[in-house]
Design a protein around this ligand. Sequence first.
Ligand SMILES: Cc1cc2nc3c(=O)[nH]c(=O)nc-3n(C[C@H](O)[C@H](O)[C@H](O)COP(=O)(O)O)c2cc1C
Length: 251
Amino acid sequence: MKILVIIGSLRKKNTYKTVKKIEEYHKEYSDFKYEYLFLKDIDFKQCKGCFVCISHGEDKCPLQDDRDLIINKIESSDGVILASPNYVMNVPWLMKNFIDRFAYTMHRPKFFNQYFMILITSGSYMGTKQASKTLGLMASGGEIITKLTVFNSPGMNEKKRLKQEKVIKKKASTFYKRLSKKTDHRPSFGFLVWFSVFKATSNENKAHLPADYNFYKNKNYFIDVKLNFIQKILVGIFTVLFTTLVRKGFI
Ligand SMILES: Cc1cc2nc3c(=O)[nH]c(=O)nc-3n(C[C@H](O)[C@H](O)[C@H](O)COP(=O)(O)O)c2cc1C
Protein backbone atom coordinates (compact mmCIF):
# COMPACT_ATOMS: atom_id res chain seq x y z
CA MET A 1 0.00 0.00 0.00
CA LYS A 2 1.26 3.43 -0.92
CA ILE A 3 1.16 6.00 1.88
CA LEU A 4 1.78 9.62 0.97
CA VAL A 5 2.82 11.92 3.79
CA ILE A 6 2.40 15.66 3.23
CA ILE A 7 4.24 17.67 5.86
CA GLY A 8 3.53 21.36 6.39
CA SER A 9 6.23 22.01 8.98
CA LEU A 10 8.96 24.57 8.30
CA ARG A 11 11.53 22.11 9.64
CA LYS A 12 12.16 18.39 9.81
CA LYS A 13 11.61 17.84 13.53
CA ASN A 14 8.63 17.00 15.78
CA THR A 15 6.03 16.47 13.06
CA TYR A 16 8.39 14.42 10.92
CA LYS A 17 9.51 12.35 13.93
CA THR A 18 5.89 11.57 14.79
CA VAL A 19 5.13 10.35 11.29
CA LYS A 20 8.30 8.24 11.40
CA LYS A 21 6.89 6.54 14.51
CA ILE A 22 3.68 5.75 12.65
CA GLU A 23 5.75 4.40 9.77
CA GLU A 24 7.70 2.28 12.25
CA TYR A 25 4.43 0.75 13.54
CA HIS A 26 3.40 0.05 9.96
CA LYS A 27 6.66 -1.72 9.17
CA GLU A 28 5.19 -4.95 10.48
CA TYR A 29 2.89 -4.84 7.47
CA SER A 30 5.39 -5.41 4.70
CA ASP A 31 3.09 -4.04 2.01
CA PHE A 32 3.32 -0.44 3.35
CA LYS A 33 5.49 1.99 1.35
CA TYR A 34 5.89 5.55 2.60
CA GLU A 35 6.64 8.61 0.48
CA TYR A 36 7.37 11.96 2.15
CA LEU A 37 6.50 15.29 0.61
CA PHE A 38 7.76 18.36 2.47
CA LEU A 39 5.89 21.46 1.38
CA LYS A 40 8.94 23.54 2.32
CA ASP A 41 11.04 21.74 -0.31
CA ILE A 42 8.77 21.58 -3.33
CA ASP A 43 7.83 24.11 -5.97
CA PHE A 44 4.52 25.29 -4.60
CA LYS A 45 3.79 28.96 -5.07
CA GLN A 46 1.78 31.34 -2.94
CA CYS A 47 -1.89 31.78 -3.75
CA LYS A 48 -2.37 35.12 -5.50
CA GLY A 49 -5.98 35.46 -4.37
CA CYS A 50 -7.28 35.93 -7.92
CA PHE A 51 -10.32 33.63 -7.30
CA VAL A 52 -9.93 32.18 -10.81
CA CYS A 53 -9.70 28.54 -9.62
CA ILE A 54 -13.02 28.91 -7.83
CA SER A 55 -14.87 30.89 -10.48
CA HIS A 56 -13.45 29.61 -13.76
CA GLY A 57 -11.73 26.35 -12.88
CA GLU A 58 -8.54 25.06 -11.30
CA ASP A 59 -7.03 24.49 -14.76
CA LYS A 60 -7.06 28.31 -15.18
CA CYS A 61 -4.84 28.96 -12.14
CA PRO A 62 -2.07 31.36 -13.27
CA LEU A 63 0.57 29.63 -11.12
CA GLN A 64 2.81 27.05 -12.74
CA ASP A 65 4.27 24.67 -10.19
CA ASP A 66 3.98 21.18 -8.67
CA ARG A 67 0.28 21.41 -7.78
CA ASP A 68 -0.94 18.85 -10.32
CA LEU A 69 1.92 16.53 -9.49
CA ILE A 70 0.75 16.55 -5.86
CA ILE A 71 -2.84 15.88 -6.96
CA ASN A 72 -1.60 12.85 -8.92
CA LYS A 73 0.35 11.65 -5.93
CA ILE A 74 -2.68 11.99 -3.64
CA GLU A 75 -4.94 10.22 -6.11
CA SER A 76 -2.53 7.37 -6.69
CA SER A 77 -2.01 6.74 -2.95
CA ASP A 78 -3.94 4.26 -0.86
CA GLY A 79 -3.65 6.48 2.18
CA VAL A 80 -2.57 10.05 2.84
CA ILE A 81 -1.19 11.43 6.09
CA LEU A 82 -1.62 15.20 6.33
CA ALA A 83 0.78 16.35 9.02
CA SER A 84 1.36 19.78 10.45
CA PRO A 85 2.49 21.56 13.59
CA ASN A 86 0.16 23.89 15.45
CA TYR A 87 1.20 27.53 15.01
CA VAL A 88 -0.75 30.09 17.00
CA MET A 89 -3.79 27.86 17.25
CA ASN A 90 -3.86 26.85 13.62
CA VAL A 91 -1.70 25.41 10.87
CA PRO A 92 1.40 27.41 9.78
CA TRP A 93 1.27 29.64 6.70
CA LEU A 94 2.96 26.97 4.59
CA MET A 95 0.16 24.47 5.19
CA LYS A 96 -2.51 27.17 5.05
CA ASN A 97 -1.22 28.28 1.64
CA PHE A 98 -1.42 24.65 0.53
CA ILE A 99 -5.05 24.47 1.66
CA ASP A 100 -5.84 27.85 0.07
CA ARG A 101 -4.49 26.64 -3.27
CA PHE A 102 -7.15 23.93 -3.07
CA ALA A 103 -9.91 26.40 -2.15
CA TYR A 104 -11.83 25.36 -5.27
CA THR A 105 -12.45 21.98 -3.63
CA MET A 106 -14.70 23.79 -1.13
CA HIS A 107 -17.00 24.33 -4.14
CA ARG A 108 -16.15 21.24 -6.13
CA PRO A 109 -14.88 18.46 -3.85
CA LYS A 110 -12.23 15.93 -4.90
CA PHE A 111 -10.41 12.91 -3.55
CA PHE A 112 -13.57 10.78 -3.19
CA ASN A 113 -11.56 7.57 -3.29
CA GLN A 114 -8.89 8.71 -0.87
CA TYR A 115 -8.39 7.95 2.80
CA PHE A 116 -6.71 10.36 5.20
CA MET A 117 -5.11 10.62 8.59
CA ILE A 118 -4.90 14.13 10.08
CA LEU A 119 -1.93 14.70 12.36
CA ILE A 120 -1.20 17.81 14.43
CA THR A 121 1.84 18.16 16.66
CA SER A 122 1.78 20.83 19.30
CA GLY A 123 3.40 22.18 22.44
CA SER A 124 0.09 22.16 24.29
CA TYR A 125 -3.60 21.48 23.88
CA MET A 126 -4.30 25.16 23.02
CA GLY A 127 -5.60 25.53 19.47
CA THR A 128 -5.10 21.93 18.39
CA LYS A 129 -8.79 21.38 17.64
CA GLN A 130 -8.85 24.38 15.30
CA ALA A 131 -5.60 23.33 13.61
CA SER A 132 -6.94 19.82 13.10
CA LYS A 133 -10.23 21.13 11.72
CA THR A 134 -8.42 23.39 9.24
CA LEU A 135 -6.13 20.59 8.09
CA GLY A 136 -9.10 18.23 7.74
CA LEU A 137 -10.56 20.54 5.07
CA MET A 138 -7.78 19.36 2.76
CA ALA A 139 -9.34 15.89 2.70
CA SER A 140 -12.18 17.42 0.63
CA GLY A 141 -14.61 14.64 -0.42
CA GLY A 142 -12.44 11.81 0.90
CA GLU A 143 -12.69 9.89 4.14
CA ILE A 144 -10.82 11.01 7.24
CA ILE A 145 -10.09 7.71 8.93
CA THR A 146 -8.63 9.20 12.05
CA LYS A 147 -7.28 12.37 13.64
CA LEU A 148 -4.26 12.37 15.91
CA THR A 149 -2.80 15.13 18.05
CA VAL A 150 0.63 14.67 19.58
CA PHE A 151 2.08 16.89 22.30
CA ASN A 152 5.76 17.51 22.81
CA SER A 153 5.91 19.76 25.81
CA PRO A 154 9.35 19.44 27.50
CA GLY A 155 7.58 19.21 30.87
CA MET A 156 5.63 16.08 29.93
CA ASN A 157 6.11 13.32 32.50
CA GLU A 158 6.96 9.72 31.67
CA LYS A 159 3.47 8.43 32.39
CA LYS A 160 1.91 10.89 29.94
CA ARG A 161 4.59 10.20 27.34
CA LEU A 162 3.92 6.45 27.49
CA LYS A 163 0.19 7.06 27.26
CA GLN A 164 0.78 9.18 24.16
CA GLU A 165 2.91 6.46 22.56
CA LYS A 166 -0.01 4.07 23.02
CA VAL A 167 -2.35 6.53 21.33
CA ILE A 168 0.02 6.89 18.36
CA LYS A 169 0.21 3.11 18.04
CA LYS A 170 -3.56 2.75 18.28
CA LYS A 171 -4.17 5.41 15.61
CA ALA A 172 -1.57 3.79 13.33
CA SER A 173 -3.46 0.54 13.70
CA THR A 174 -6.86 2.19 13.05
CA PHE A 175 -5.44 3.68 9.84
CA TYR A 176 -4.05 0.33 8.73
CA LYS A 177 -7.25 -1.60 9.46
CA ARG A 178 -9.42 0.82 7.50
CA LEU A 179 -7.04 0.84 4.53
CA SER A 180 -7.03 -2.95 4.52
CA LYS A 181 -10.82 -3.13 4.35
CA LYS A 182 -11.97 -3.10 0.79
CA THR A 183 -15.29 -1.38 1.41
CA ASP A 184 -15.74 2.00 -0.26
CA HIS A 185 -16.29 5.04 1.86
CA ARG A 186 -19.85 6.29 1.98
CA PRO A 187 -20.46 10.03 2.11
CA SER A 188 -22.10 11.40 5.23
CA PHE A 189 -25.65 12.75 5.27
CA GLY A 190 -24.30 16.30 5.68
CA PHE A 191 -22.17 15.86 2.57
CA LEU A 192 -25.17 14.71 0.54
CA VAL A 193 -27.11 17.81 1.55
CA TRP A 194 -24.05 19.98 0.89
CA PHE A 195 -23.82 18.56 -2.64
CA SER A 196 -27.51 19.12 -3.34
CA VAL A 197 -27.40 22.74 -2.11
CA PHE A 198 -24.43 23.51 -4.35
CA LYS A 199 -26.12 21.82 -7.28
CA ALA A 200 -29.36 23.72 -6.66
CA THR A 201 -27.62 27.11 -6.52
CA SER A 202 -25.04 26.52 -9.26
CA ASN A 203 -27.57 27.36 -11.96
CA GLU A 204 -28.40 30.81 -10.59
CA ASN A 205 -24.69 31.50 -10.00
CA LYS A 206 -23.79 30.43 -13.54
CA ALA A 207 -22.54 33.89 -14.61
CA HIS A 208 -19.97 34.41 -11.86
CA LEU A 209 -19.23 30.75 -11.00
CA PRO A 210 -19.22 28.99 -14.39
CA ALA A 211 -16.86 26.26 -13.17
CA ASP A 212 -19.38 25.24 -10.49
CA TYR A 213 -22.18 25.20 -13.03
CA ASN A 214 -20.25 22.95 -15.42
CA PHE A 215 -19.22 20.66 -12.59
CA TYR A 216 -22.71 20.11 -11.19
CA LYS A 217 -24.94 20.23 -14.26
CA ASN A 218 -24.75 16.54 -15.21
CA LYS A 219 -24.09 15.02 -11.80
CA ASN A 220 -26.57 13.11 -9.68
CA TYR A 221 -24.01 12.94 -6.96
CA PHE A 222 -20.21 13.12 -6.77
CA ILE A 223 -19.92 9.37 -6.82
CA ASP A 224 -22.39 6.62 -7.52
CA VAL A 225 -24.34 6.39 -4.29
CA LYS A 226 -27.72 4.74 -3.83
CA LEU A 227 -30.17 6.33 -1.42
CA ASN A 228 -33.25 4.65 -0.03
CA PHE A 229 -36.64 6.38 -0.01
CA ILE A 230 -36.32 7.83 3.52
CA GLN A 231 -32.83 9.16 2.80
CA LYS A 232 -34.06 10.81 -0.38
CA ILE A 233 -36.90 12.55 1.50
CA LEU A 234 -34.58 13.73 4.29
CA VAL A 235 -31.93 14.98 1.88
CA GLY A 236 -34.71 16.77 -0.04
CA ILE A 237 -36.08 18.51 3.08
CA PHE A 238 -32.65 19.66 4.29
CA THR A 239 -31.67 20.76 0.80
CA VAL A 240 -34.73 23.01 0.52
CA LEU A 241 -34.04 24.41 3.99
CA PHE A 242 -30.34 25.14 3.43
CA THR A 243 -30.85 26.40 -0.14
CA THR A 244 -33.39 28.90 1.20
CA LEU A 245 -30.93 30.03 3.89
CA VAL A 246 -28.17 30.42 1.26
CA ARG A 247 -30.46 32.40 -1.04
CA LYS A 248 -31.52 34.69 1.82
CA GLY A 249 -27.86 35.28 2.68
CA PHE A 250 -27.91 33.61 6.11
CA ILE A 251 -25.16 31.14 5.16
C1 LIG B 1 5.62 30.10 15.34
C2 LIG B 1 5.18 29.00 16.27
C3 LIG B 1 3.92 29.05 16.82
C4 LIG B 1 3.49 28.06 17.70
N1 LIG B 1 2.23 28.14 18.23
C5 LIG B 1 1.81 27.19 19.11
C6 LIG B 1 0.52 27.28 19.71
O1 LIG B 1 -0.29 28.16 19.44
N2 LIG B 1 0.15 26.34 20.60
C7 LIG B 1 1.00 25.32 20.94
O2 LIG B 1 0.63 24.50 21.75
N3 LIG B 1 2.21 25.18 20.34
C8 LIG B 1 2.64 26.08 19.45
N4 LIG B 1 3.91 25.97 18.88
C9 LIG B 1 4.72 24.78 19.15
C10 LIG B 1 4.64 23.79 18.00
O3 LIG B 1 3.32 23.52 17.64
C11 LIG B 1 5.27 22.43 18.35
O4 LIG B 1 6.53 22.57 18.91
C12 LIG B 1 5.32 21.56 17.10
O5 LIG B 1 5.44 20.21 17.49
C13 LIG B 1 6.47 21.90 16.18
O6 LIG B 1 6.55 20.97 15.13
P1 LIG B 1 7.80 20.92 14.15
O7 LIG B 1 8.98 20.49 14.97
O8 LIG B 1 7.46 19.92 13.10
O9 LIG B 1 7.99 22.30 13.62
C14 LIG B 1 4.33 26.96 18.01
C15 LIG B 1 5.62 26.91 17.42
C16 LIG B 1 6.03 27.90 16.57
C17 LIG B 1 7.40 27.84 15.93
